[in-house]
Design a protein around this ligand. Structure first.
Ligand code: FAD
Length: 317
């Protein structure tokens, strides 16, 4: 079923979460066993991130360095199949512009359709680690809007290099990303919203937000999105802080601010267990306030570690 159908039919706010594919060489079963307790809260869908290639340098015996491309977390499509099979949930793969030609995107979507995936989150992705600026593949997508157009085209039976529309078409529900604190490359919130609107006009049916720790940022974003004439569900993304290192890592990686009230509590902590407790309590407070203000779904970034999200969900759902 489509995410939008779950939202329309829901009698109360829904719980969902995101996982990462395991690092290459690690067990999928461990991941699935780890997230099983979260199924108690009946998530209609689980997102699976996609990780593009990275470049690493291999040192040869002669001292020369060879630049090689590697994927550290492959397996998004396989995990989607395993999730649907094991837990009977909708799996939502993330699909990137980066690293894909349009031909490869089409083939990936055909695979996803064949395994029964009905929803995808369309994203641009970033430049590979240490590579600076995002550069699309030759004959790939530069921005998410045209990726959404390609997916919606397939929903109408439009395939690349085919003269006529085919009678077999996909039926994907497409989600896209939104940024309550603005995407880091956008020159202003107004411009970011203009491009968000283009993604929705291209056919995206819902928005999932980047994580935020100050609910006012989400409420303000929702107002601005609506004022811009965008009328689709906006699913807030939440991440419980679990280590002290995240105080600097999260703002640096995701271009967001941490509220002073939260920081004041975190810096008093003596151990990571104390930090985790503060992070959980903050996320519970955020969750309850978001629900009270009408958020349709709460979507948790678990980083594939279920325990903090479990404790939050137990209090909230
Ligand atoms: P876009 O919507 O294409 O926007 C990118 C930038 O370009 C923005 O600044 C926008 O304002 C601007 N822009 C858009 N259209 C135009 C235009 N026509 N002309 C000029 N400027 C334009 N990354 C991963 O690698 N894997 C994942 O699984 C993943 N999952 C994510 C899930 C969520 C919920 C979120 C919020 C992010 C996720 N990301 C993931 C990160 C995401 O790929 C990056 O934030 C990326 O930099 C932007 O992706 P986007 O789809 O928002 O890009």
């Amino acid at each position: 079923m489509k995410i939008t159908e779950y939202i329309n039919q829901a009698e109360k706010p829904l719980f969902s979460f995101e996982i990462l594919p395991p690092l290459k060489g690690q067990s999928l079963n461990d991941l699935l066993v780890g997230i099983e307790p979260l199924m108690e809260f009946k998530p209609p869908f689980v997102d699976v991130t996609y990780h593009r290639e990275e470049f690493i340098y291999k040192k040869h015996p002669n001292g020369l360095l060879e630049k090689v491309s590697t994927k550290k977390r492959p397996g998004t499509v396989g995990i989607c199949a395993a999730l649907m099979n094991r837990f009977q949930v909708e799996a939502v793969p993330h699909l990137l512009c980066g690293g894909f030609t349009k031909e490869e995107t089409e083939n990936a979507l055909i695979d996803l359709n064949f395994i029964g995936v009905q929803n995808v989150l369309a994203l641009r992705g970033d430049a590979p680690k240490n590579e600076g600026k995002f550069v699309p593949e030759p004959n790939g997508h530069e921005y998410t809007t045209t990726l959404v157009e390609q997916i919606i085209g397939m929903n109408h039976g439009k395939y690349l290099h085919e003269e006529t529309e085919t009678s077999f078409h996909t039926d994907f529900c497409v989600g896209v990303a939104g940024y309550p604190e603005k995407h880091f490359e956008a020159p202003s919130m107004k411009f970011d919203l203009k491009f968000l609107k283009e993604k929705v006009e291209a056919g995206a049916e819902y928005i999932v937000t980047q994580m935020f720790f100050d609910n006012e940022k989400y409420f303000d974003f929702v107002k601005k999105v609506k004022a811009a004439g965008i009328d689709v569900p906006i699913i807030p993304g939440l991440k419980p802080i679990t280590t002290l290192g995240q105080i600097t890592m999260l703002p640096r990686t995701f271009f967001l601010d941490l509220p002073d009230d939260l920081l004041d509590e975190l810096i008093k902590c003596k151990t990571n267990a104390d930090v985790k407790q503060v992070g959980i309590e903050w996320a519970i407070k955020q969750s309850k306030e978001l629900i009270a203000n009408g958020a349709p779904v709460l979507h948790y970034y678990t980083m594939s570690k279920a325990d903090a999200t479990y404790k939050i969900a137990k209090e909230v759902f």
